[in-house]
Design a protein around this ligand. Structure first.
Ligand SMILES: [Mg+2]
Length: 123
């Protein structure tokens, strides 16, 4: 299963990659994107089984990405985990309404992330 990690911070992308690798995900199954626009292009050319998406990014942010990717037939039900510092209640509601499957608030801990995405990894 391919996992698409979408974050404008290269440091965050590396942290996520390392967490996933510790969980046993092969390096080649983890794909990086630096914003939502790049992520949409990658999603169109690959079969992604799980999205980890940051909220605040240039060009196309995480919320707009979720709206756009959910409109793609092949990604109507694919798990999308939003990882963000936007922890206000209305943000959570907005993200869920856009189609986010689950939500992790920064600063993330590896264990907390794995706990939230574990069931999708095992599926
Ligand atoms: Mg960001």
């Amino acid at each position: 299963m391919k996992i698409l990690v979408i974050d404008d911070s290269a440091v965050m992308r590396r942290i996520h990659r390392n967490i996933l690798k510790e969980r046993g995900i092969a390096d080649q199954d983890i794909i990086d994107a630096e914003d939502g626009q790049v992520a949409l292009e990658i999603a169109a050319k690959n079969t992604i089984g799980l999205f980890l998406v940051d909220w605040n990014m240039p060009r196309l942010d995480g919320l707009d990405f979720v709206h756009r990717v959910r409109a793609m037939e092949s990604y109507a039900k694919t798990p999308i985990i939003m990882i963000t510092s936007e922890a206000a209640r209305y943000n959570v509601v907005e993200a869920i309404q856009a189609g986010v499957t689950n939500y992790v608030v920064k600063p993330i801990k590896g264990e907390a992330l794995i706990e939230k995405i574990g069931k999708y990894l095992d599926a």
